[in-house]
Design a binder for this molecule. Structure first.
Ligand SMILES: *[C@@H]1O[C@H](CO)[C@@H](O)[C@H](O)[C@H]1NC(C)=O
Ligand SMILES: *[C@@H]1O[C@H](CO)[C@@H](O)[C@H](O)[C@H]1NC(C)=O
Ligand SMILES: *[C@@H]1O[C@H](CO)[C@@H](O)[C@H](O)[C@H]1NC(C)=O
Ligand SMILES: *[C@@H]1O[C@H](CO)[C@@H](O)[C@H](O)[C@H]1NC(C)=O
Length: 455
């Protein structure tokens, strides 16, 4: 390592030496000394290349000063307050292109999303014409120079919050072509409003907009989309959504009631894109757990009628878990007045587990009615065999024959009714849950809500 840095240092000194006496270097073949693959040395190699180019430019110093002269001439008498063709009859045409780098923080509760993009604009400013310089396609302006050139006053109409990036210097560029064409690009991160229709949540698509307007009327400035309006990075959206169809629209506005009641027209352009929610997350986090809880509540139908503590706790547990689940699933959502898809699901599951608990109450009442009736009508024999009966109702039928049989026939119906209710529920509950599921999934897959009903 020390050896290396020593080498680097010596290279540096040699290099400095070279800059001063560039001729000598070529003679000594310095260039070939530093063509090692060590990164630090590679850095110097590149530095050297750059310096080589610069020294070449210095040697032909006419180009540099020409560029300087061009810039000075260009901005002499140029007033950045006045848009191009201000005196003419036709407006400046500005073409807009977006390059979207990311879309994230899509928030249902705030109904907004965050977008990172390069906003590119292109227009012709005849005042900025210059004679083409050899070997220079365009003049690339520094951010300090850019303030001295007129730029369109575009703003994002549905913005809640936005900022430019300034590390390490303001993230913008401006190229001026000899024919007076200006290319201007700024990097923006913005939080934009997006009103969402959550009626199908979480099986929904959301349509969001980027709306751009400006302050000049159409007499002076007209916006339009570039032939290639929008480009974007590959993995654009956070995993919760997929980037769907995209459309560029115009949304020109007219403000009535200017001077003498004239209408003033403003151009407005809009990018509309669809985001498709990937509901795999919800299947795993919400739907499957709640299905399992509903199934768990059915276990009660196979338990003994007299297993009161087991069946009660099973019923209560499922009802409570369902309540917690539904609160959790809705915590990130705004309190909208309409019914969302997840609300329907959660309400239905709660009704299912609740009815399983109610079913047990009904069964339990029936079985107790029988016992009470038996105890009151035959107190003597009842007190003797009540323990046996409570263990197993059938025992008594085997033990006692003759008169007891007639007695049993009096109270068997309600206990039998309780059993039948359990037996019936074993099929009725799963069947109705399957029917509900079929209806739910088909409605929420194929139904397209009318967007005008909400908002
Ligand atoms: C430097 O090395 C390159 C190949 O690595 C060779 O083509 C070139 O002639 C060398 N130049 C000198 C001055 O030795
Ligand atoms: C600028 O002018 C050139 C040539 O006159 C034309 O081809 C180009 O479309 C114009 N650009 C804009 C943005 O109007
Ligand atoms: C959601 O987007 C998908 C894919 O783009 C599309 O097939 C579906 O029809 C859209 N659904 C709605 C409700 O717009
Ligand atoms: C504004 O637009 C309307 C309709 O497009 C048009 O009739 C009207 O003349 C325009 N006004 C101005 C001042 O351009």
């Amino acid at each position: 390592m020390i050896h290396l840095s020593a080498k680097t240092l010596s290279t540096k000194w040699l290099h400095l030496f070279c800059i001063t006496t560039s001729l000598l270097c070529q003679v000594t073949g310095f260039k070939n000394m530093s063509t090692s693959s060590t990164p630090s040395i590679q850095f110097f190699t590149s530095l050297e290349k750059e310096n080589g180019a610069r020294s070449q430019l210095q040697s032909a110093s006419i180009h540099k000063s020409q560029r300087q002269k061009t810039l000075d001439q260009l901005l002499q008498g140029y007033d950045p307050r006045i848009p191009p063709n201000y005196e003419e009859d036709f407006p400046v045409k500005v073409l807009v292109q977006l390059h979207i780098t990311n879309i994230d923080s899509i928030s249902e509760s705030n109904m907004d999303f965050s977008i990172g993009m390069f906003l590119r604009q292109k227009w012709n400013d005849t005042r900025l014409k210059y004679t083409a310089l050899p070997r220079l396609k365009a003049l690339e302006l520094d951010s300090r120079m850019m303030d001295k050139v007129w730029v369109p006053d575009l703003f994002i109409a549905n913005e809640k919050q936005a900022h430019f990036h300034v590390v390490t210097v303001p993230n913008k560029l401006m190229h001026i072509y000899p024919e007076g064409s200006v290319h201007y690009s700024v990097r923006i991160t913005a939080t934009l409003k997006c009103s969402m229709d959550l009626r199908k949540y979480p099986l929904d698509n959301q349509t969001c907009n980027v709306i751009m307007e400006n302050g000049y009327s159409t007499d002076n400035l007209v916006f339009g989309w570039n032939p290639l309006p929008v480009t974007h990075d590959n993995r654009l959206v956070q995993s919760q959504f997929q980037f769907g169809a995209m459309e560029t629209l115009r949304c020109d506005k007219a403000y009535v009631g200017g001077m003498d009641g004239r209408t003033v027209n403003y151009t407005c352009i809009m990018l509309q894109f669809e985001m498709v929610r990937s509901f795999g997350y919800y299947i795993i986090q919400v739907y499957i757990p709640s299905i399992l809880i509903v199934i768990l509540s059915w276990v009660s139908f196979w338990l003994d009628i007299d297993a009161v503590p087991a069946r009660i706790s099973l019923g209560l547990l499922t009802v409570l878990t369902m309540t917690t689940q539904s609160a959790g699933a809705r915590s990130a959502l705004p309190r909208v007045s309409y019914v969302k898809g997840i609300d329907v699901w959660m309400a239905a599951c709660l009704i299912f587990v609740f009815s399983a608990l109610i079913e047990f109450a009904y069964v339990n009442v029936n079985s107790r009615v029988e016992r009470r009736r038996r105890a009151s009508s035959h107190p003597a024999s009842g007190s003797m065999s009540s323990d046996m009966l409570s263990k197993n109702g059938r025992e008594i039928i085997i033990e006692k024959k003759g008169p007891p049989l007639r007695r049993l026939s009096m109270f068997t119906p309600s206990r039998e009714k309780a059993r039948t209710t359990d037996r019936f529920s074993r099929f009725a509950f799963p069947t109705s849950f399957i029917v509900f599921n079929t209806a739910y999934w088909s409605v929420y897959t194929f139904w397209t809500p009318d967007p005008s009903d909400v908002q």
